[in-house]
Design a protein around this ligand. Structure first.
Ligand code: NAP
Length: 292
């Protein structure tokens, strides 16, 4: 078994982005600027956004964080989105999800200008992804593709089983793995909560990508010997032995699945770090296209 080390690969990518930023500076151009809108005080969202801002600083990007009250109206948020759409100093921005219940997430996503949608959630960018056109690929699937590419994992002709069909992970992941690309060229099966006899599918997976949001759901008896296992899940569970009072686990029961797999991502230290890198890669792309 070999670990797919998200920490190692993310450091490599951050280093490459920082180098590109330096080249932009040397050419007298402004550095890429990522903005984030955070609505309310959701603990996990606070952590994710803080990490995004920290990584922007690390690679030399400019970043802006706008905090809005959980009581903001949908129209007020739409106005903020419009303001960012029209602000030429911002290359890309995100509205951190989830949003409070009274705000329609779909409406907000639609309002973001597609050329600034570095999360890759806008239907225009999702459509381009489906057609295999250049676009902002949503961050987590893009990060997984980077991991597979940089570890030179052979994917062509393999059976890839994706557990989960969410718009931000499972669905785009299944599209990417089926494309005539490298990584890609897989025969893809996508499973969801209505899939019957799930184990029959997972046991035939050469590459198993798990994004279902259920702690340690995938156990060793569900995995084929030698499979590549990508664990997208991330869960905080109480752990009094930790200073923070919690530890992170994934959707895969790592200890027992690791010994059966050829490659596996750990949680933490796997997919999560690549997700942030992908967001920065998209922002760099947006920044460069501004100058071109
Ligand atoms: P989601 O929107 O809740 O989607 C979960 C998917 O899993 C749904 O398609 C659901 O099926 C399916 N599912 C649920 N139970 C199942 C079961 N027993 N068997 C088969 N399929 C099942 O979740 P998500 O946003 O994709 O996120 C999934 C996990 O990844 C979460 O733990 C999340 O925190 C994590 N995540 C991590 C990152 C990262 O950067 N590491 C990024 C995004 C998400 P239905 O469609 O039928 O409901």
């Amino acid at each position: 078994m070999q670990l797919l080390d998200g920490k190692l690969i993310s450091q490599e990518i951050l280093h490459e982005i920082a180098h590109e930023v330096q080249l932009l500076k040397n050419a007298g151009q402004r550095v890429p600027h990522l903005a984030a809108i955070l609505v309310g005080n959701d603990g996990a969202s606070e952590t994710y956004v803080a990490s995004k801002v920290k990584h922007c600083t690390q690679v030399g990007f400019e970043s802006t964080l706008v905090r809005l009250s959980a009581n903001i109206t949908e129209n007020e948020l739409l106005e903020k989105v419009e303001q960012f759409n029209n602000d030429d100093s911002i290359d890309g921005f995100i509205v951190q999800l989830p949003l409070p219940k009274h705000i329609d997430e779909h409406k907000i996503t639609l309002a973001i200008a597609p050329h600034k949608d570095v999360d890759g959630f806008h239907p225009m960018n999702v459509g381009k992804l489906a057609l295999g056109l250049p676009t902002f690929v949503s961050a987590t699937p893009n990060g997984i593709m980077e991991l597979l590419k940089r570890y030179k994992i052979e994917t062509a002709g393999k059976h890839c089983v994706v557990l989960g069909r969410s718009n931000i992970v499972g669905s785009p992941m299944s599209i990417l793995m089926s494309k005539n690309t490298n990584p890609g060229n897989c025969t893809v099966t996508i499973c969801h909560s209505k899939t019957q006899n799930l184990k029959e599918f997972t046991l035939t997976a050469d590459i198993l990508i798990v994004a279902i949001g259920k702690p340690e759901f995938v156990t060793a008896d569900m995995v084929k010997e030698g499979a590549v296992v990508i664990d997208v899940g991330i869960h905080r569970i109480p752990d009094s032995s930790k200073k923070s009072g919690f530890k992170l686990i994934g959707d895969v029961k790592f200890d027992e699945v690791a010994s059966k797999s050829s490659y596996i991502t750990p949680v933490p230290g796997g997919v999560g770090l690549l997700t942030i890198c992908s967001l920065l890669m998209n922002t760099l792309k947006a920044g460069k296209s501004f100058h071109n």
